[in-house]
Design a protein around this ligand. Structure first.
Ligand code: FE
Length: 220
């Protein structure tokens, strides 16, 4: 607790509030009012409790791309698991202990020498949250949602990803019930790596399909 530089010094904490008080001036918007009303109604009717809501937020916050990275690393190192994962993405993830707290299905799309997959939700922000957590802001914004479909090669180039002309780009549009996860190609030079080392180089963006997995990240 003690900072050596402070040792022996009298260091009065300034509780005199020399900063401007933080004022809450925001008026709740339409959706905030709606959310509060629906939540209070559901709680008052006994359909859900405040603890149910707290718990669900805790579950959502516990999901990060590290989960998806484990799935990818396992698929790269276990051909039988990979086959099961490609046959049923959700079951494959559940095998690794990743629970699905919603009614979504998961389709895992494998990148190959000839096919590069990219995922989008053209309508809103559907995303494989159980395995990746919350989507990045750009994923939810209109430019990506529209252009990923109309000019995917150009969008990928803007992420620094140049896909050769002879490689087909497949864009998959997520829905409320069907979500996608890209299984990126395993980079060369990673033969013999442990699953943990492999998982460490698998990024969120690679599992969305906007960049490949490279070994740069391990060196960093
Ligand atoms: Fe959506």
């Amino acid at each position: 607790m003690t900072n050596p530089q402070d040792h022996g010094h009298d260091h009065p904490h300034n509780h005199g509030h020399d900063h401007t008080p933080i004022e809450m001036v925001d008026v709740p918007g339409y959706y905030e009012v709606m959310e509060t009303a629906v939540r209070e109604l559901l709680t008052a009717k006994g359909l859900i409790s405040a603890n149910d809501i707290r718990h669900q937020i805790e579950v959502l916050d516990s999901r990060t791309p590290a989960l998806g990275a484990q799935v990818v690393a396992r698929a790269w190192t276990d051909p039988a698991f990979k086959a099961r994962l490609l046959a049923d993405g959700r079951k494959g993830c559940e095998e690794l202990g990743i629970s699905f707290y919603d009614d979504t299905q998961l389709i895992v799309l494998e990148n190959t020498e000839t096919v590069h997959n990219l995922i989008v939700c053209t309508l809103c922000s559907c995303y494989p949250r159980p395995v990746l957590g919350l989507p990045p802001d750009w994923y939810k914004l209109k430019p990506y949602r529209a252009r990923a479909v109309s000019e995917p090669r150009k969008v990928l180039a803007e992420f620094g990803t140049d896909i050769p002309d002879d490689v087909e780009i497949r864009v998959s549009d997520s829905t409320a019930v069907v979500r996608y996860l890209v299984l990126p190609r395993r980079p060369q030079g990673t033969e013999g790596w442990s699953r943990d080392d492999l998982a460490a180089i698998v990024t969120r963006d690679a599992m969305i399909g906007v960049i490949p997995v490279t070994t740069d990240r391990k060196a960093a």
